[in-house]
Design a protein around this ligand. Structure first.
Ligand code: HEM
Length: 397
């Protein structure tokens, strides 16, 4: 019997792991009739497709909602092809190199420490809501040059934009749309202010306001879409990995004990968590030309799903892929941050800041446990992870 996979079915939006296993077992890309889309689920297929630069179109969107459902494309460098993409990504790329990120480490540590100390004496916290997600919203706002810690004020709006009700397809609810309109209005007011007082602009907003590429500058509307994109991608995924770090360690007491005893293991535990429970479940493109993957002919105009979460569980790539094992020796290469020209720009930020957030917390902790019955999971086709992670802990004496 054929595989009845629809990324928008209730089963797939709840947990698509079993569909991914079945599609990988087919040994080639899986065609989804309903959308005339190909799902790449095997590591080698996602890799080969990611490296087909000239055959991939991003201008019709790169989220499943944009490509499969025709949702409005939020134009930014991520939705450009080839040289255009390289040039506009290049405006801020220098700030994301390993070296540039290392220079940010003291600021990450100071911010993480401050947010952790607000929670330390309570004996419990929601690692996602009270700590990690706040950190990344503040950081994303700071990098955009938003005044004070405004990024945190946008947190509820970002959550509301990404929220999906059961059975909801795409960002169609009133809650999604109202939150988007409010975010756009607030950032729009900020853009109007800095257009009047350009000396107040800093960070990525200043960089994009001043950038002139091939004789063109961004309009206010384009600048707004760049800011929204950077605010969302900079804050949504890493907190899910941090929440999952606590969840899976609590499920594996021996590995938890090892990490608590030796904090140098935090890095590999963080990276294994990101492999095991990839937060950017899948992203999408459109074929710009005909090409072949694993014997399947892909035709120009067809829709493509790059299912990173499945590639990271491919049994042909990883030994015991469904085992959470911080000591595995085959963690690299993986698809956690994608591959090719649109590889994650914020990879070093996610890893370094993610580790620091965990380190600052574990420094003071003797042991922790997760309240499993109160954990909250994101529901949807695009993001997969935990958005509520209540943790109880005992402090070192
Ligand atoms: C553990 C955390 C993270 C994971 C797992 C992750 C994963 C990914 C993946 C898989 C892509 C590829 C998108 C595609 O296929 O189109 C991507 C793109 C991107 N990520 Fe991340 N990301 C993380 C953290 C971050 C952070 C912290 C930032 C910003 C500070 C960021 C910024 C971006 C941007 C701007 C892109 C688009 C790149 C482009 O289209 O040129 N990411 N990310």
């Amino acid at each position: 019997m054929g595989i009845e996979y629809d990324p928008y079915s209730d089963e797939a939006m709840t947990d698509a792991t079993e569909f991914y296993r079945q599609m990988r077992a087919e040994g080639c890309p899986h065609h989804i009739e309903k959308y005339d889309a190909w799902a790449f689920t095997r590591f080698d297929d996602v890799k080969s497709a990611s490296l087909k630069g000239k055959c991939l179109d991003f201008t019709h969107g790169q989220t499943p909602g944009q490509v499969l459902l025709g949702e409005e494309v939020l134009e930014s460098f991520s939705t450009k092809n080839g040289a255009e993409h390289r040039k506009w990504r290049g405006v801020i790329a220098g700030d994301f190199t390993q070296q540039a990120v290392q220079a940010q480490v003291p600021r990450y540590r100071e911010l993480a420490r401050r947010l952790w100390l607000e929670n330390r004496d309570r004996g419990q916290l929601d690692v996602y809501r009270d700590y990690a997600n706040r950190f990344f919203c503040i950081n994303a706002g700071y990098k955009l040059g938003l005044p004070g810690e405004d990024g945190e004020r946008y947190r509820a709006l970002i959550d509301d934009i990404l929220h999906r009700e059961r059975g909801q397809k795409g960002a169609t609810s009133q809650r999604n749309q109202q939150a988007f309109a409010e975010l756009a209005e607030r950032l729009g007011a900020y853009i109007a202010e800095i257009r009047e007082h350009p000396e107040r602009a800093t960070g990525f907003t200043k960089a994009y306001m001043e950038a002139e590429i091939d004789g063109r500058r961004l309009t206010d509307h384009e600048l707004l879409l760049y800011m929204i994109t950077l605010l969302i991608v900079g804050s949504e995924t890493t907190p899910m990995v941090i929440a999952a770090f606590f969840y899976y360690l609590a499920q594996h007491p021996e590995q938890k004990a090892a990490v608590l005893a030796d904090h140098s293991l935090i890095r590999q535990a963080f990276l294994e968590t990101a492999r095991f429970h990839q937060p950017t479940n899948m992203l999408a493109r459109t074929a710009l030309d005909d090409f072949e993957i694993a014997g399947q002919q892909i035709c120009k105009g067809q829709k493509l799903l790059f299912v990173y979460a499945s590639a990271n569980r491919d049994e042909a790539q990883f030994d015991r892929p469904d085992a959470f094992d911080i000591f595995r020796s085959d963690l690299e290469p993986n698809m956690t941050f994608g591959m090719g020209s649109h590889v994650c720009l914020g990879m070093h930020v996610g890893i370094e800041a993610g580790i620091i957030i965990i380190e600052e917390m574990l420094k003071d902790i003797e042991n922790f446990d997760v309240e499993f019955d109160k954990v909250e999971r994101a529901y949807g086709e695009h993001l997969s992870g935990f958005i509520g992670m209540p943790v109880r802990f005992t402090l070192k004496s």
